[in-house]
Write a protein that binds this ligand. Structure first.
Ligand code: HEC
Ligand code: HEC
Ligand code: HEC
Ligand code: HEC
Ligand code: HEC
Length: 237
């Protein structure tokens, strides 16, 4: 009897173990939730609402560092203790990355989105980003903490004046073929604009009524010409 109670207790502990594991808070989240600086509040607010948080992508998945430092309550601890916890957690030795360099950002996102990174890496804008020539970073388009699929062309207008046709290309893989395709699209769009402004001389698809109407008009005109010719010939005689 006492033995079965023991086993039951052990079983219950085993069942609860993963739950207690999940309940453990990330040190990054605990401490950063307590910082009152405006930029940190924005970071937390964005991340809490993000698809990343919903999928368990926590701060350390991108920034690395040590999320397992026991932080407990931030309120009431000394500045020295705070600094100690901070450097233990945001530890360069544990690979902590602050604001990433371009290459670090590709590695950061590439851990989980390697296809997207590879698509972007070789593109005109990706190369301009790597070489610090004004190309957009992943987060210029997607944001870092509240990742979204960006609005095209609104996001592009930050850097591009003419965004005609941008909604019809792959913005993550702009290459020479895209530029050719884009100029073809732009000529087509410009032609359609002109067409739209001046109605065509003849409707492209004539209805049978319209054909009848035009034919009728043509016959009348022929009759008039024939009549004038007839009158001229009559006068000569
Ligand atoms: C005990 C508090 C504390 C903990 C724990 C903590 N941070 Fe921080 N963190 C701060 C403070 C304060 C700042 C802002 C001041 C600064 O940059 O030194 C900061 C700044 C940052 C920055 C900006 C760095 C920069 O170069 O501008 C990042 C990124 C960051 N933390 C991520 C993390 C991650 C990821 C973790 C967990 C692995 C973590 N933090 C854990 C307090 C903490
Ligand atoms: C998907 C990857 C990703 C995740 C997850 C993530 N960050 Fe960041 N974070 C970045 C990138 C990239 C930057 C650099 C700024 C930028 O590109 O917008 C950054 C910048 C920061 C900064 C500096 C902000 C500033 O305005 O200077 C802080 C602080 C920070 N992160 C803290 C956190 C904390 C705390 C968490 C977890 C709640 C977190 N990050 C989760 C990618 C991430
Ligand atoms: C630890 C893995 C991980 C890392 C690192 C990571 N992501 Fe994600 N990301 C996910 C998961 C999981 C999802 C949600 C499921 C999906 O769409 O694939 C997601 C979704 C997204 C989406 C789609 C959003 C939507 O609404 O459809 C974008 C955009 C995105 N991530 C961008 C980034 C960027 C930019 C970085 C680097 C700064 C990054 N991610 C880093 C795992 C990650
Ligand atoms: C110029 C803006 C721009 C940049 C820079 C950019 N993206 Fe995107 N990304 C988009 C748009 C727009 C979509 C949605 C349309 C599409 O799938 O092509 C998208 C789609 C995605 C998706 C959803 C899945 C997919 O591949 O369609 C992920 C994940 C993603 N991007 C991650 C990244 C990462 C990581 C980087 C940096 C290496 C990056 N993006 C750079 C604009 C951008
Ligand atoms: C942060 C600035 C920035 C943002 C945001 C941006 N671009 Fe660009 N883009 C550039 C730069 C810089 C180049 C030129 C690179 C070069 O010529 O080496 C470029 C080049 C291009 C080109 C090829 C040449 C041209 O100008 O037509 C296309 C197409 C393009 N971007 C589309 C987009 C689309 C679509 C978006 C939005 C989803 C976008 N860009 C957002 C900076 C940006």
């Amino acid at each position: 009897m006492t033995n079965s109670v023991k086993y039951l207790a052990i079983l219950m502990m085993l069942a609860l173990y993963p739950a207690t594991g999940y309940a453990k808070q990330s040190a990054c989240v605990v401490c950063h939730s307590s910082i009152s600086q405006e930029k940190d509040k924005t970071v937390m607010d964005c991340w809490l609402r993000s698809i990343h948080r919903q999928n368990g992508v926590t701060c350390d998945a991108c920034h690395a560092g040590n999320p397992d430092v026991h932080v407990g309550s931030i309120k009431g601890i000394s500045a020295k203790q705070f600094e100690a916890l901070k450097s233990l957690s945001m530890s360069r030795a544990k690979g902590f990355i602050g604001i990433p360099s371009p290459m670090q950002m590709f590695d950061m996102c590439g851990q989980c989105h390697s296809d997207s990174v590879n698509r972007y890496k070789g593109s005109i804008m990706g190369i301009a980003f790597l070489n610090k020539k004004g190309g957009p970073s992943c987060t210029d388009c997607h944001s870092a903490h509240y990742v979204i699929i960006p609005d095209v062309p609104k996001t592009c207008e930050k850097c591009h004046k003419d965004t005609t046709g941008f909604d019809q290309i792959d913005p993550m893989n702009v290459n020479d073929a895209t530029v050719t395709e884009l100029s073809r699209l732009r000529i087509k769009i410009a032609e359609e604009k002109i067409k739209g402004k001046e109605p065509p001389l003849f409707p492209e698809e004539l209805g049978s009524f319209q054909i009848g109407f035009v034919a009728f008009g043509a016959i009348i005109v022929l009759f008039i010409i024939a009549y004038i010719l007839y009158l001229l010939i009559e006068r000569r005689r």
